[in-house]
Design a protein around this ligand. Structure first.
Ligand SMILES: Cc1cc2nc3c(=O)[nH]c(=O)nc-3n(C[C@H](O)[C@H](O)[C@H](O)COP(=O)(O)OP(=O)(O)OC[C@H]3O[C@@H](n4cnc5c(N)ncnc54)[C@H](O)[C@@H]3O)c2cc1C
Length: 488
């Protein structure tokens, strides 16, 4: 099947009623639920770009098996140009939502490209698992499926020695409770399935940061199942799409991607959907050896660059509206935003240009620039970007009459009191609603929380970086310096 349209994606969701819980309600048809609908329509708009004659060539390529045009993010890269083509397609999607949707389908598409390329890794566990991952990737590509994923067991006790043991976590961590001729039965819970309610499939695989320890064979499992699999429940946080207009909530009313805890209540996983099972070491090393995370970080960095550009544009317009764009301290803050954008752009470009075949022969972006870019954004750049939007916005982030106020008898007063020297009141309100939704509203606060945690916590991520980073040349420099003085 060629790359899907938005209508086909929505039809697919409607045809597969699932068990979604939100605010005490049970939702089966997610396509009509107001808290999900607009986010779903934004994903649909991305799918439509794959079929728009203006963007078709950029967003799709010819499938090697069917000859249909399929989504560009599924391309198995064979050269630097392929990595760049994927990067352009991912940037185009990210520009559509200003980087506000983290888990658009390309995120997992590129991850499964790498996993399928590393089929030999899975085959070490069982030969058929290698075949399963390739078949699954091809099914994703030809069906243009939208995936969510859950990598981490819920927090109960994070003391490493007790992280996964039968005594403490047996009743919550996801594990295999039964094997049958047809497959596995799994029970437990996982966090967090972003985009879960409006995805076709749920992928489960190990996180690089939360390693499985001890005799953990029942917890060492990776698979993928449809979101309507019996026994699967998605427990959602409240929706940040409050049903208000695009004027009032410009981002929440469009880009709510939802985060959900997942309960697996004796869920059946057919053997052909199992990718790893019973080998904790293979699970723990999967991220590093298959390289899926490097491909997903190319998507992350494409989104981060789009988001940083979007927020620089927003901040600039805010200062122009308030007439302080030539003030030294304001220019310093805008300069800072430009620096973050350029650092992230430079790291992304370095990673793409230095792409090389990985141990499985798949062209892969350079890992270190992407890992550094993601880490810096999570721990430094994004929290500061949000802070700068707050600092530049000050009272204008609260002086926010709603669309209905502009439609009321209050309009002449609003026009008079809330215009600035450079902007009419209604345009100013529209702009600052956007700034508020990007940085202050529940939607905006969740953006900060997402950037901080979606790829794991900053402490472990820095530890992971330092352990893979080649520090020998730096140490050599110091040794050589110390050896220069031979008098002692
Ligand atoms: C908005 C949002 C969306 C997300 N979407 C997804 C998704 O789609 N799919 C998915 O799989 N996951 C998702 N996640 C989950 C994310 O992967 C985890 O939040 C992240 O890995 C951190 O794990 P944790 O929440 O269990 O925190 P913990 O591991 O419990 O850490 C909590 C805090 O304690 C510190 N800490 C605790 N124990 C240790 C330790 N042993 N060593 C070092 N530091 C420690 C950490 O630094 C951290 O600050 C999402 C998270 C958020 C916030």
């Amino acid at each position: 099947m060629p790359a899907r349209t938005g209508a086909e994606y929505i039809k697919g969701l409607r045809e597969r009623p699932r068990d979604i819980r939100i605010g005490g309600e049970r939702i089966t048809d997610v396509t009509t639920y107001p808290g999900f609908r607009n986010g779903m329509l934004s994903i649909a708009a991305l799918y439509d770009m794959q079929n728009d004659p203006a963007t078709l060539d950029e967003m799709t390529y010819v499938s090697p098996t069917t000859g249909d045009r399929v989504g560009m993010s599924f391309l198995m890269p064979q050269c630097v140009e392929d990595i760049e083509r994927k990067g352009h397609a991912m940037s185009r999607w990210a520009s559509y939502h200003g980087g506000m949707m983290g888990r658009t389908p390309d995120f997992l598409n590129v991850s499964f490209v790498a996993m399928a390329g590393a089929a030999g890794y899975y085959a070490q566990n069982r030969p058929e698992f290698g075949e399963n991952i390739v078949r699954y990737y091809e099914m994703m590509r030809e069906g243009d499926l939208c995936l969510t994923h859950t990598l981490v067991n819920p927090q109960r006790n994070r003391r490493p020695a007790q992280y996964i043991t039968d005594t403490l976590a047996e009743d919550i961590a996801l594990r295999v409770v039964k094997e049958t001729d047809a497959g596995l039965i799994v029970r437990g819970s996982r966090v967090l399935a972003t985009l879960g309610p409006i995805s076709d499939e749920l992928a489960v695989y190990p996180s690089r940061s939360h390693q499985t320890v001890g005799d953990a064979s029942r917890y060492a499992v990776s698979f993928s199942i449809p979101c309507d699999a019996p026994g699967l429940k998605f427990i959602c946080r409240e929706s940040f799409d409050y049903g208000r207009s695009h004027f009032d909530h410009p981002l929440g009313s469009r880009f709510e991607e939802m985060d959900a805890v997942v309960f697996f209540d004796d869920v059946f996983v057919p053997w052909e959907r199992v990718f790893l099972y019973g080998d904790a070491d293979l699970c723990n090393q999967m991220t590093f050896r298959t390289g899926w995370i490097v491909h997903s970080f190319q998507q992350v960095m494409s989104r981060i660059v789009a988001k940083s550009a979007f927020l620089l544009g927003l901040a600039t317009m805010m200062t122009q509206a308030l007439g302080n764009d030539d003030q030294p301290h304001v220019q310093e803050r805008l300069g800072e935003l430009a620096m973050y954008l350029e650092v992230e752009k430079g790291l992304l470009r370095a990673a793409e240009l230095n792409a090389a075949p990985d141990e499985w022969g798949v062209f892969s972006p350079a890992s270190i620039p992407l890992t550094v870019g993601e880490n810096m954004y999570a721990r430094m750049f994004y929290p500061r970007i949000a802070e700068i939007i707050h600092l530049l916005g000050s009272s204008s982030l609260m002086a926010l009459p709603a669309q209905s106020d502009f439609e009321s008898e209050l309009r002449p007063d609003l026009d008079r009191y809330l215009a600035t020297d450079t902007m009419e009141a209604i345009e100013r309100a529209k702009l600052f609603h956007l700034a508020w939704d990007a940085s202050c509203s529940a939607f905006g606060s969740r953006q900060l929380h997402y950037e901080r945690f979606f790829a794991g916590d900053a402490v472990r991520n820095a530890q992971i970086l330092v352990n893979v980073y080649d520090r020998d040349p730096a140490i050599r420099m110091v040794r050589e310096f110390l050896e220069r003085d031979t008098s002692v």
